[in-house]
Design a protein around this ligand. Sequence first.
Ligand code: ZN
Length: 267
Amino acid sequence: MVAHVRASSLLPHGVMHTRSSTSISPGLAAPLFVVSPHLDDAVFSCGMLLASRPGSIVCTVFCGEPDPPQYTPWDRSAGHRDSSDALRARVAEDEHALAVLRARGVRLPFLDSQYGATPTVETLGRALTHAWREAGLPRLVVPLGLYHSDHILVGDACRALVLAQRLSDAIVYEDALYRTIRGVTGRRYEALARQGFTFAPLDAQANASLRAPGSANAKWRAAHAYRSQLRALSDAHPYDLVEPERYRLIVPARPSPHRLRTAPSSR
Ligand SMILES: [Zn+2]
């Protein structure tokens, strides 16, 4: 995560607009499969959407526990003794948050970059595909993948899944907090446009459905379940958590060896 930064121009300059908004309303009311890099990202970025889709699954990628335990500055700043203590507490926070949103958690055993041993995009893609199939192939909601190397990696793995499965209805969300860093979101869209991806806006009906009554309140309560992470962010109320959530429909390019290459990570 990142310390709070001021919101600037949040419009993604690289977004490719289609002539008319693509209708995605059919099926939007059904439970979703939301991919979350860390324990908190899906709720911070998609809490209102999750609140309006009870029964959705949040699949969190970096839930692995290092053995032996590690001692990192981030975990210490979040108030944890070591990595084992951190993972136990963070999973409990996640359970609390997902219960508020009536969602279910699926957690993959990969290690957060602060612990080393980061997986490859191919390994992640296979694991995500397996988890998504096990869940019954719900509609995918995936991170754009901004700023943090773990987020970029998960975004790349999700797009590889979208291409491999030839999905035409996957939704991308802009990663909360990181999306507020000036230029980060626009540069990501531009890089993906060079790989052949375009991103269509949701139609008005779909956008309206993201603001179901009570969903903002539920998101607020769920986000505050992640107490240790909010402590590490040095701000009990990161202002971006109350800003509108932002979604686009992924319009994948036709698969080709060039386009299947992943973007370089920040590592
Ligand atoms: Zn994260």
